[in-house]
Design a protein around this ligand. Structure first.
Ligand code: GRG
Ligand code: ZN
Length: 313
């Protein structure tokens, strides 16, 4: 079986980060904060975070912060809860959370909670369980969970649970692995996993593995490397990861590498991108692939980073 082409992937991620004029960077421009999180977290898991210029990254992140406390995807764009979590996660990677006015960021997030416990993504109001996860993860990293109504947040998430054991983006929404990660992650971070029927959900999740060993996001869909994160992290959080064939999944992810130029794609022979490179590396980390740092399935940050946040004075 092919091995993980660590050096090639490091080179690929650094090139995407640096070459701001490349096709991918221009296209991804409004989402650059997410891209920074994907690329830098993957680099950290590969043991190469020290090859980036920390001061440059931090000063750019701070230029993306708004008066409201929220962060945008790039300088001059509107703030959104999505980019706010990415900004906080990247600062955590570099052990630089102290550059933040924590109260200000926490207030931005707290104001996005609605009466029914759900969260909007920004001032325009779209509601989605993705935003519930993001709010809870971000506030937990900032040690400010007490600022929101956690009980209502949990009860909204539970109202999005389906009869198949999965979760959707709003009540009645179809179960989807990405949404399941968000709901299970939020429940894990609030100590509420006892509300999940682990056997029922575990069954739905392990049925996502297809012949090639890859995982899809819902029934009848194609496998995709990013579900190695969304599905696997959920299975780990509910203690059912032994229900899938780990070796076959490792092989599927390794088959999606560009072994010449670096990077990982969604499926074998497709074009690589930094998003799937991150999810491939993160998936392999969850599968205990040798040489990679361990990643925390709920915080989506390396375990040593999470430990530093909570256990270092
Ligand atoms: C910190 C890891 C992390 C996440 C932050 C943004 C977010 C929180 C979570 C997103 C969860 C989500 C909904 C992921 C799914 C993304 C995805 C691949 C959607 C594709 O859906 P379709 O219907 O594709 O286009 P399928 O695979 O169903 O054909
Ligand atoms: Zn994908």
């Amino acid at each position: 079986m092919a091995e993980l082409a660590v050096d090639k992937h490091v080179k690929y991620i650094l090139a995407v980060e640096k070459n701001k004029d490349s096709f991918e960077s221009v296209v991804m421009d409004p989402l650059r904060m997410n891209g920074a999180y994907w690329g830098l977290t993957a680099l950290d898991l590969l043991g190469k975070l020290d090859s980036v210029n920390v001061d440059e990254v931090i000063s750019w992140i701070l230029k993306c912060q708004h008066e409201s406390g929220g962060f945008s995807g790039n300088i001059g764009h509107d703030p959104h809860i999505l980019y706010t979590l990415s900004a906080v996660q990247v600062l955590a990677l570099f052990n630089k959370l102290d550059v933040l006015d924590i109260d200000k960021v926490a207030t931005y997030i707290t104001r996005l909670q609605n009466e029914d416990g759900s969260f909007s993504g920004d001032m325009w109001g779209e509601v989605d369980t993705r935003f519930s996860y993001i709010a809870i993860c971000c506030l937990s990293i900032l040690c400010c969970l007490g600022k929101i109504n956690v009980e209502k947040a949990v009860s909204y998430i539970l109202s999005c649970k389906n009869l198949d054991g999965g979760f959707g983006c709003t009540p009645g929404g179809e179960s989807h692995a990405g949404q399941i990660f968000c709901c299970v992650g939020a429940l894990a971070l609030t100590g509420s996993l006892h509300y999940v029927d682990k056997d029922l959900l575990g069954w739905w999740l392990c049925e996502r593995q297809v012949k090639s060993g890859g995982l899809n996001g819902r029934p009848e869909k194609l496998p995709d490397v990013c579900y190695s994160w969304w599905v696997l992290s959920s299975l780990i959080m509910i203690d059912r990861v032994h229900w899938i064939d780990k070796e076959k999944l490792v092989k599927f992810i390794l088959d999606c590498q560009d072994v010449e130029n670096g990077g990982i794609s969604d499926r074998p022979d497709d074009a690589v991108d930094v998003y799937h490179t991150y999810f491939g590396v993160a998936g392999l980390s969850l599968l205990n692939y040798p040489g990679l740092k361990a990643i925390d399935p709920a915080y989506a940050l390396p375990v040593d980073v999470v430990n530093r946040i909570f256990f270092s004075g």
